[in-house]
Design a protein around this ligand. Structure first.
Ligand SMILES: [Zn+2]
Length: 430
């Protein structure tokens, strides 16, 4: 054991504290009996205050930045080296679970608490951020906290309104922030060597392989399209089958093949037809028009593009064989965010040491790392959650898994922070 190993008894205590603190934060809610905490609400500011106190008692210098992120810094031996940034978000969806986001902030604080208690300094500083808005619940725009850190707020965000007609600028003023000072939250590229985040998996894969932790390979990119089959409506009794231009029949053939085509591209690609509208929609009328949506996701932007192209090509072929039209229009597009290869390797080493194996998996959900990856190498650890449930009050992680996570997370962070020289540069180069 070195100075930089977190002993199991400490991890067990810390895990208990993390679970208790998740409960405390879950009680800071806008809706009685449920957990809802949205950007710049009174409860968000209270949560920041509480988390700030925990950061302070873990030995950190604490401040709230100009977009409402709560930030803490624990100095290293050398002040001029880029810090390791750890974090996750403190905002929630409506009627949320209590671990999504909060767990990543509270575990990061425990790593610092461990160092502080032992009066240890890593060669470089650790910063922890509780991001102000990742979910986008209040204003319908997400990643406001992490985009504050990267200094990439689009100009129109200040005017975005919530359900009550309060815009972001007004909400900031009410929360004691100055909308003119948003750019003060921006951090220099040289401030951080890397960003790491621990988050619940929000899916069933780790539970299925039977391990507490996995290394995230990428945050999936997503494409969403509105699609339309245009046939000819007609009398359900009088038009013989060979003469029909049935839009629904064509759409059904396509949908039935989407699964096979997607599965053939590997286990990490997913495609979903989530809505379907059949017109004119009468029992005795041949469907003349079908409108549907296609949602396709995967960890590699190029493979995603290839799958979308293949799926649309297939739809065109099916439609033209029947003499009907097919069109598709993309209305949402976000590229995949690959996690840094060197950070993945470091995290995998720690997982192998602590839990004996290191499964890798992509993230199907978005995270603050999407924004931060524009400026710094990012790495993520997933912790299994019961039945993969998230964004729901039944969300649950096991305390024993949190203890394992703390030891593995600390192992990885201390190894990274102890790598001398500018790991930021070598990570970027890698
Ligand atoms: Zn989250």
């Amino acid at each position: 054991m070195t100075d930089y190993d977190m002993p199991e008894p400490f991890a067990a205590d810390a895990a208990r504290r993390v679970m208790a603190r998740c409960d405390i934060l879950a009680a800071i809610s806008e809706t009685p009996g449920q957990l809802t905490r949205t950007y710049l609400s009174r409860e968000h500011l209270l949560a920041n205050k509480q988390v700030g106190e925990w950061m302070r008692s873990a030995g950190m210098r604490v401040w709230q930045d100009s977009v409402g992120n709560i930030c803490g810094r624990y100095e290293g031996q050398q002040e001029d080296l880029p810090a390791i940034l750890l974090g996750s978000h403190l905002d929630t969806v409506r009627n949320a679970g209590r671990y999504d986001g909060m767990l990543g902030v509270l575990t990061a604080i425990e790593l610092v608490h461990f160092l502080h208690q032992r009066q240890l300094r890593l060669p470089r500083a650790i910063e922890v951020i509780g991001f102000a808005d990742e979910e986008g619940t209040r204003f319908g725009i997400a990643l406001l906290g992490s985009r504050g850190i990267t200094g990439t707020w689009p100009p129109d965000w200040l005017g975005r309104k919530d359900e009550e007609g309060i815009d972001v600028a007004q909400a900031m003023t009410r929360a004691g922030l100055d909308p003119a000072l948003i750019l003060r939250a921006k951090r220099d590229a040289k401030d951080f060597a890397a960003y790491l985040e621990l988050h619940i998996e929000q899916g069933p894969c780790l539970e299925q392989v039977g391990t507490a932790l996995g290394v995230v390979t990428a945050i999936n990119g997503a494409r969403r399209l509105n699609c339309r089959f245009a046939g000819v409506a007609g009398h359900a009794g009088t038009v013989p089958m060979p003469l029909r231009k049935d839009a629904l029949s064509a759409a059904a053939r396509w949908i039935a093949q989407i699964d096979d085509l997607t599965v053939a591209r590997g286990p990490q690609m997913v495609a979903t037809v989530g809505t379907l509208q059949c017109l004119p929609g009468a029992v005795n009328v041949i469907p003349g028009e079908v409108k549907l949506t296609l949602d396709v996701r995967g960890p590699d932007s190029e493979e995603l593009q290839e799958l979308v192209t293949a799926l649309l090509g297939l739809a065109g072929t099916i439609a033209s064989r029947r003499g009907i039209g097919f069109s598709a229009e993309e209305f949402y597009h976000i590229g995949a965010t690959p996690c840094d290869a060197i950070l993945q390797a470091k995290l995998a080493e720690s997982l192998c040491r602590i839990q004996g194996s290191s499964p890798r998996l992509p993230s199907g959900a978005g995270h603050d790392a999407i924004a931060l990856a524009e400026c710094w190498p990012v790495g993520m650890l997933f912790i299994r959650c019961r039945r993969g449930i998230s964004h729901h009050p039944d969300e649950l992680v096991a305390e024993a898994d949190v203890a394992v996570a703390l030891r593995a997370y600390f192992d990885a962070v201390s190894a990274l922070a102890s790598t001398m020289g500018d790991i930021g540069a070598s990570l970027k180069a890698g």
